[in-house]
Design a protein around this ligand. Structure first.
Ligand code: ADP
Length: 312
């Protein structure tokens, strides 16, 4: 049985690999062996590859389908648009369901490999993307990978992409708190500059989604990963015809704002359900320069993110 993520003592902590929750976890041997940890060559390779990436933001969600990938796309496009003098990257680490090539409108592009690694695909002058989606033969191919191969791929992704100079790298991760997340955090965490890696959590307002977000926040606390904030996605729908606003997913328990107050993490705001977003993302188009309620909400959320990152 796989360990409950809430009971994971945390990679690098005193009880790592030793607590009852570690029984059966594929990382147990790695976590409990101090020599293995010290000698993991992957960490040094990742640090070297990311040396010119100033900030990393892990985009997390408790459940699939809450809009994590969409929010990653919108934020990267919006930030690239309003900060043209800065460079942004997106790394699609959702290795079983990579959707960024489609969302960012670069599906079918080829990734070039040079002596310094894979070159990310350019989306805009100051926005680039690397995704497993580029390496698959067909977009319909299922990737069925066991743990070690998956983790090897993640390490390769983190250490062999030639990002060059980036101000911010957004990482679109799989939903939940799985083995992949443990690997990503342990490779990317910089203990001498912990503020360079933070988490951004996306949820919808229903309690079933918020329950999983609580687990996500506890995972971050255990991993000593600072939570930059929580975005509530798809809360309200403003009808383009009558102008009325309807709550499609009513927040019976106060939604993400109440949960953030309870768990003492920053609440960044709400993104509405916007049929234009669904359409644009399906077509790989950019809607962040249009002026509507979604871009207004994005502006306010981005402002808080930029303040939290202390980078721009
Ligand atoms: P996740 O990455 O969490 O699995 P996705 O980003 O793939 O979720 O989103 C799931 C679906 O919801 C997609 O079809 C996407 O277009 C749609 N969606 C997400 N956020 C919004 C939004 N704010 N407005 C309209 N549609 C949205």
């Amino acid at each position: 049985m796989e360990a409950e993520p809430e009971n994971c003592p945390g990679v690098g902590t005193e009880n790592a690999g030793k607590s009852s929750a570690c029984a059966g976890c594929p990382n147990q041997r790695l976590c409990s062996d101090p020599n293995t940890k010290l000698e993991d060559p992957g960490k040094a390779l990742v640090t070297e590859a990311m040396r010119e990436v100033k900030q990393k933001l892990l985009v997390l969600s408790g459940k699939g389908g809450v809009g994590k990938s969409t929010v990653t796309t919108l934020l990267s496009r919006y930030l690239a648009h309003i900060y043209p003098e800065h460079n942004f990257g997106v790394l699609d680490v959702d290795i079983c369901g990579p959707s960024q090539p489609r969302l960012l409108g670069v599906e079918g592009e080829n990734v070039h490999q040079s002596g310094s690694g894979w070159s990310p695909v350019g989306v805009d002058d100051n926005l680039c993307l690397m995704s497993i989606g580029f390496l698959l033969g067909s977009t319909d191919d299922a990737i069925i990978w066991r743990g070690p191969k998956k983790n090897g791929m993640i390490r390769q992704f983190l250490s062999e992409v030639d990002w060059g100079k980036l101000d911010l790298l957004l990482l679109d991760t799989p939903p939940g708190t799985s083995d992949e997340h443990l690997s990503i955090v342990s490779y990317l965490r910089n203990d001498t500059a912990p503020e360079t890696l933070q988490a951004l959590i996306v949820t919808t307002p229903q309690e079933v989604s918020l329950l999983d977000v609580r687990k996500e926040i506890n995972f971050c606390k255990k991993q000593r990963l600072s939570v930059l904030g929580v975005i509530e996605n798809m809360s309200a729908f403003r009808c383009g015809h009558c102008g009325e606003t309807s709550e499609i997913f009513p927040a019976k328990t106060g939604g993400a704002a109440a949960m953030c107050a309870e768990m003492k993490v920053p609440y960044l705001g709400v993104l509405p359900i916007d049929p234009e977003v669904t359409k644009a993302c399906d077509m790989g188009e950019d809607i962040t320069s249009i002026n509507n309620s979604t871009t207004e909400a994005l502006a306010s959320i981005s402002q808080k993110i930029v303040e939290g990152l202390k980078m721009l």
